[in-house]
Ligand binder design. Structure first.
Ligand SMILES: N[C@@H](CCC(=O)N[C@@H](CS)C(=O)NCC(=O)O)C(=O)O
Length: 202
């Protein structure tokens, strides 16, 4: 499998590292330095954002962490990290992948930057405001039994759990019993121990 991952050990690229462990596949890892290598004309041709992670599979370039996770889970379908196309849990799986990559990322960024949405703007903002997005997040997590798609651990769990571990560490999300219970479930995965080792350096 000729996969290449452009990444940095102190970036969200560690989420892909965790997924690769779960998938049990090899991938060439290319460490890209912040500020310098990420902004060269050569690298900007790979990712015009000048960011990591980027996965390249046989000349096809995939940036955006959520897309990389979904792509790898489908590519390695036999590992069972995505619900089957005809499984209704596939809908829940998509919901989480899109929720984290879109509304949650935007709402959490607003909170980090101290930018609020006023009540008149809420109906025009896709995630309402941070409190609405947080509420949707914890309501969804309270249904995880034990994982987001029930008994099946998926690439969405890797994405969501990694985001939660990171945001709790950075005080970018308020703790909640639903978050704690969900992360306790995910922490039982053997792959989590390896992720925790990368993550402690980030
Ligand atoms: N939306 C992108 C965000 C990627 C991103 O922000 N990467 C950060 C590291 S976590 C980065 O490369 N920053 C370097 C820079 O912007 O110069 C994704 O989900 O992959």
């Amino acid at each position: 499998m000729a996969l290449k991952l452009y990444t940095n050990s102190f970036s969200r690229g560690v989420v892909v590292d965790w997924l690769l462990i779960e998938l049990g596949i090899e991938c060439e890892r290319i460490e890209v330095a912040f500020d310098t290598e990420m902004k060269t004309p050569e690298y900007l041709k790979i990712n015009p954002f000048g960011k990591v992670p980027v996965l390249v599979d046989d000349g096809i370039v995939i940036y955006e962490l959520g897309a990389i996770c979904a792509y790898l889970a489908d590519k390695c379908v036999e590992q069972g990290l995505a619900p089957a196309l005809d499984d209704p849990q596939r809908g829940i799986y998509y919901r989480w992948l899109f929720f984290i990559s879109g509304p949650w990322e935007a709402a959490a960024t607003d909170r980090m930057l101290g930018v609020g949405v006023n009540p008149e703007q809420k109906s025009s903002v896709g995630y309402g405001d941070y409190d609405d997005a947080y509420n949707a997040f914890v309501v969804g997590l309270s249904e995880a039994a034990p994982y987001l798609c029930g008994e099946q651990f998926t690439a969405a769990d890797v994405l969501v759990a990694a985001m939660l571990f990171w945001q709790l560490k950075m005080n970018e999300i308020e703790p909640h019993s639903a978050i704690e219970r969900y992360l306790e479930n995910v922490s039982q995965r053997p792959s989590y121990q390896q992720f925790a080792a990368f993550f402690s350096n980030v």
